[in-house]
Design a protein around this ligand. Structure first.
Ligand SMILES: O=c1[nH]c(=O)c2[nH]c(=O)[nH]c2[nH]1
Length: 309
């Protein structure tokens, strides 16, 4: 909320960034362990202008207290919960305990610890780090109004064929040949907004948002690749991105918008020749030079016209 201050517009927030917490839960017999590792970011919008203008900190929630709250609440959560539920729980706490705090913004990035299998058997307490990360952001108002977004970061996908790029603008600066045969590689960052608009309306099913995260990831991946036999042709990153976004909105009725960022990570054809030896390596859709810079950057968002359920 912008405030008038000495003839200027003034907006402020404060919080604690990168609060790392690990939490282990045990099955009733104590043998099977469940764990999460979260990186929590808290930002509070509160009425505490006096701290800025009058050296009066009496309305300030210390960021150290915010950090401690993460550990207290993690301790209090006796049952496993999703990052979304934990973010909401923290946001509810800050907005209900402190009269000064009118909005809490809680972001969490979950490290992808996955249960390991040994000889094909899921291990009771062994985990290995996966790759892509589950993210969430909950914005909670004192009234209980909620904006809930979840996402995925670092989902690296690659297909070795069924991709092309043709018919683009050709002018005197254009060197790229048209093709119907190329590698397509990207690292997907996506976020999707849930249509739940209050803390009281979120599904009560345990770990619902973890299930949804896995479901959305599967739809994104399946749409990118197409069927295991034959795949699906991609006419551009743009076209594939839109198909992925549409698939998410058509599959999940409680998602009102989706944003996708899909860099085009180039695998350049290798052709090597010299004056003396002629063609040393001639590209035949086989040898590539992987690069990460520069890369194409393609992003879009898609939302329903009527986003309420
Ligand atoms: O799928 C693509 N989209 C582009 O916009 C683009 N631009 C480019 O050089 N190669 C590609 N590929």
């Amino acid at each position: 909320m912008a405030k008038e201050l000495e003839g200027f517009n003034f907006e402020q927030r404060h919080g604690k960034a990168r609060v790392r917490v690990g939490r282990v839960w045990r099955s009733n017999d104590g043998r099977r362990h469940f764990m999460v590792e979260w990186n929590v970011n808290i930002s509070l919008l509160s009425n505490c202008v006096a701290a800025y203008v009058r050296d009066d900190n009496s309305d300030i929630v210390a960021t150290d207290t915010m950090k401690n709250t993460v550990y207290v609440k993690a301790k209090e959560c006796s049952e496993q919960l999703s990052a979304e539920e934990f973010a909401i729980l923290l946001g509810k706490h800050f907005t209900s305990i402190y009269p000064q705090v009118y909005t809490a913004i809680v972001k969490i990035v979950e490290k992808p610890w996955e249960r390991i299998s040994v000889n094909g058997q899921p291990h009771e307490h062994g985990f290995k780090l996966g790759s892509e990360k589950h993210t969430t952001e909950a914005i909670i108002q004192k009234s209980g109004a909620l904006q809930l977004t979840s996402g995925i970061e670092g989902l690296s996908l690659l297909k070795t064929t069924q991709s092309g790029f043709e018919g683009f603008i050709r002018d005197k600066y254009t060197a790229l040949p048209e093709t119907r045969e190329r590698m397509l590689a990207t690292e997907v960052t996506s976020s999707w907004r849930y249509s739940y608009e209050s803390v009281s309306s979120i599904p009560q099913k345990p770990l619902y948002f973890n299930d949804q995260y896995l479901n959305v990831k599967n739809v994104l991946v399946d749409t990118f690749f197409g069927p295991p036999v034959g795949g699906v042709y991609s006419a551009s990153v743009q076209s594939t991105l839109l198909q992925m976004a549409k698939a998410v909105l058509s599959r999940f009725t409680d998602i009102s918008s989706v944003q996708l960022k899909m860099p085009n990570i180039h695998f350049l054809p290798v052709n090597i020749s010299s004056k003396d030896n002629g063609n040393i390596v001639k590209f035949n859709d086989d040898v590539y030079l992987p690069t990460d810079e520069p890369h194409g950057s393609i992003e879009a968002s898609l939302s329903r016209f009527w986003s309420k359920m």
